[in-house]
Write a protein that binds this ligand. Structure first.
Ligand code: NAP
Length: 320
C-alpha cells in the first residue's frame, strides 16, 4: 500500500482555497494541499475557538478566522468540511461572499441531502461540485489530520447534470493531486452504495458496542477483558465522532433504511441456519465473505498483514 504523497505541483491549481471546518478532514486537506502546493493561499474558518487555536499552532493555513464568509471571500475553491447537518448554515453564510466563477465543494459522507441543502443558496455563476473522500479514521479535530490520508483512497464526485465541466475537472485534479483515485457518480447512487459499505457497518458497530455496555457490570468487564475476540474491532468504528454520524443517519435516511432492511432479512436467514444446524449454509457464506476481504486487500484498500497489522511480540498476545 503506497503512502507517498509525491512531489509538489509546479504551479498551484488554485489561487485561494478556503476550508470551512478544520477537523480531521479539513486539516488533512490543509496539510496535503500545502505539501503539494495546490493553492497559493489557504484560508481556514472554524466556529470552534479551540480548533482555530490548534490550526494556528499547527500552521495549517495562511489565514484562520471564525467567520466562514471571511474565509470564502475571493476564494476560487471553497470546501465545506463540517458535519453534514451544518452545511446549510455554512452555505447561507458564505453565499454573499462568493466571487463569480468560484467552485463550492464539500467532503460530506452523504451527497443527496447536502446538494439539496447547499445548492439553493449559491449564487448564479458558482459551480457546486460535491465530493466525498472515502478515507478517514475514528478520530476528530485538527490534530487528528495527516497529509497522506487520501493517498490511494477513493474520492467520489457527485456533480449534478449540467454543472460546468471545467469546474468538475478542477476538483478532480485537486483530489488527484492529494493522491486520491477519483470516480464520478450521481448522488443517489453514492448514498445507496455508501449506506451499505459505510453507514450500516457503523450502525452495526454502534449497536453491538451499545448492547455490550448495557450488560450487567460483571459481564461488561469481561467483554472489555476478552475484547480481542473480535469486539475491539467494532469499538474502533463505534468510537467515531457522534455529531458526524448522527448527521449521516439523519441525512441518508432512505438509503440506510433500505440497506438495513436487507441486513435484517439476511440476519434472520443466518439465525435460521444456526437454529436448524445448517453448517453447509454457514460455511458457504463465511467462505464468500472471506473472498471479499481478499478482494479489498488485492485492491490496495487494506493491509494484507494479519490482525490489521497490529504489532505482536514474539510470544504473541493471543487474539481470537
Ligand atoms: P471533525 O473532525 O469533527 O471537524 C469538524 C469541524 O467543523 C469541527 O472543528 C467543528 O467545530 C467545525 N464546525 C461544525 N459546525 C461548523 C460551522 N457551522 N461552521 C464552522 N465550523 C463548524 O469532523 P470530520 O471528521 O473532519 O468530518 C467533517 C466532514 O467530513 C463531515 O461532513 C463528514 O461526513 C465528512 N467525512 C468524514 C470522514 C471521517 O472519517 N471522519 C470521512 C469522510 C468524510 P466543533 O468541534 O465546535 O463542532
Amino acid at each position: 500500500m503506497s503512502e507517498r504523497l509525491g512531489p509538489p505541483l509546479g504551479a498551484p491549481l488554485f489561487d485561494r482555497l478556503a476550508l470551512i471546518g478544520i477537523g480531521l478532514i479539513g486539516s488533512s486537506i490543509a496539510r496535503a494541499a500545502r505539501r503539494k502546493n495546490v493553492a497559493r493561499v489557504i484560508a481556514i474558518a472554524d466556529e470552534s475557538t479551540q480548533a482555530r487555536d490548534r490550526a494556528v499552532a499547527l500552521e495549517l493555513g495562511d489565514e484562520v478566522v471564525a467567520d466562514a464568509g471571511d474565509a470564502a471571500a475571493g476564494a476560487d475553491l471553497v470546501i465545506l468540511c463540517v458535519p453534514v447537518g451544518a452545511d446549510e448554515a455554512v452555505a447561507r453564510a458564505i453565499a454573499p461572499q462568493l466571487k463569480a466563477g468560484a467552485i463550492v465543494s464539500d467532503v460530506g459522507s452523504v451527497k443527496g441531502a447536502v446538494i439539496a441543502a447547499v445548492g439553493p443558496h449559491l449564487p448564479r455563476g458558482v459551480a457546486l461540485v460535491p465530493a466525498h473522500p472515502v478515507a478517514g479514521t475514528e478520530q476528530s479535530g485538527p490534530d487528528a489530520g495527516f497529509a497522506t490520508l487520501f493517498v490511494n483512497r477513493w474520492c467520489i464526485l457527485t456533480p449534478a447534470a449540467g454543472v460546468d465541466a471545467a469546474a468538475v475537472a478542477k476538483v478532480r485534479a485537486f483530489w488527484e493531486a492529494l493522491g486520491s483515485n477519483v470516480e464520478t457518480m450521481n448522488a443517489a447512487h453514492h448514498d445507496l452504495v455508501l449506506a451499505i459499505t459505510s453507514h450500516v457497518p457503523h450502525l452495526i458497530a454502534y449497536n453491538i458496542v451499545g448492547t455490550a455496555s448495557d450488560l450487567e457490570e460483571t459481564t461488561r468487564s469481561e467483554v472489555i477483558k476478552f475484547s480481542a475476540g473480535g469486539f475491539r474491532d467494532f469499538t474502533r468504528i463505534a468510537a467515531s465522532d457522534p455529531t458526524m454520524w448522527r448527521d449521516v443517519f439523519l441525512n441518508n435516511k432512505q438509503a440506510v433504511l433500505e440497506a438495513l432492511g436487507r441486513f435484517s432479512e439476511d440476519l434472520t436467514a443466518l439465525q435460521r441456519m444456526i437454529r436448524y444446524g445448517d453448517g453447509e449454509g454457514l460455511f458457504a457464506l463465511f467462505a464468500r465473505t472471506r473472498a471479499i476481504r481478499r478482494g479489498i486487500v488485492e485492491m490496495g484498500q487494506e493491509t494484507a498483514a494479519p490482525d490489521f497489522g497490529r504489532p505482536h511480540d514474539e510470544d504473541g498476545d493471543g487474539g481470537s
